[in-house]
Design a protein around this ligand. Structure first.
Ligand SMILES: CC(C)(COP(=O)(O)OP(=O)(O)OC[C@H]1O[C@@H](n2cnc3c(N)ncnc32)[C@H](O)[C@@H]1OP(=O)(O)O)[C@@H](O)C(=O)NCCC(=O)NCCS
Length: 211
């Protein structure tokens, strides 16, 4: 399938999602890669990862960019040569990008029951979320939003030492709200983020902006 979802968030921010149904060969024949990307692609162990990587280049094409407009810093964070902000995420058969004039982070995650068993590693008291408050499906969705929000914030800050559990919390929300606020508090940094999310086909897409 080609483009799965486009969110025209504002005049200067777009979010795009690809549902990866194409073969590796088809995707490879439709994009052009710079040398570093070719090398990375060839070193990837799984074809799922390769297809996700290529599908991100298809997403770039939708908004007039190519792999040649993209570079990565030493931490693996992607940047665009024209100075716009970009963030990238892929999970199973979905990939997504956000392109914005503002600093932004994106994360797409499959909704899995397994997240309950690791909740203790990334949820803190200020996250104020308990299974007792809700049914299990709703709890999994909310945990996945919280995880995705923390990943998206991490991608904005790109800072070593950030602990999802100790430094970031996400205000309470309902899935139907499709938005919330998160706070990062680390040393003398205290920063708020606007969080937006979408729930589709068993996945949660989260994107974040600095407030
Ligand atoms: C780097 C990291 C953010 C990637 O997230 P992920 O969920 O594994 O994978 P995603 O598909 O969502 O994101 C991968 C993309 O993130 C981007 N990325 C990688 N490192 C990045 C960084 N330091 N900053 C911003 N973006 C980064 C890349 O674009 C990458 O895709 P690409 O290389 O194919 O272009 C993640 O592995 C990480 O390190 N998270 C924080 C660590 C942490 O504290 N986790 C556990 C807490 S309990």
């Amino acid at each position: 399938m080609p483009l799965y979802k486009t969110i025209n968030f504002s005049q200067t921010t777009q979010i795009l999602v690809w549902k990866i149904t194409e073969s590796y060969e088809q995707l490879f024949s439709e994009v052009q890669l710079n040398e570093k990307s070719l090398l990375r692609l060839n070193n990837m162990k799984s074809q799922l990862h390769q297809r996700a990587f290529l599908s991100v280049r298809k997403l770039l094409q939708q908004v007039g960019y190519s792999d040649f407009n993209l570079y990565y810093d030493q931490f693996g964070k992607p940047h665009l040569h024209d100075g716009k902000h970009i963030s990238i995420s892929h999970s199973h058969e979905f990939s997504s990008i956000i392109i914005s004039d503002q600093k932004a982070g994106i994360d797409i995650e499959m909704q899995r029951e397994k997240i309950i068993s690791i909740a203790d590693k990334f949820v803190n008291n200020k996250d104020s979320l308990r299974l007792g408050d809700t049914n299990i499906q709703d709890y999994i969705k909310k945990l996945t939003v919280k995880w995705g929000a923390k990943e998206a914030i991490f991608k904005i800050r790109n800072e070593p030492g950030i602990s999802f559990k100790n430094h970031i919390w996400v205000n309470s929300f309902e899935i139907k709200d499709k938005k919330t606020i998160a706070i990062l508090e680390m040393g003398n940094i205290k920063q708020q983020f606007s969080i937006y999310f979408e729930d589709f086909e068993g996945f949660i897409l989260v994107y974040a902006f600095e407030k």
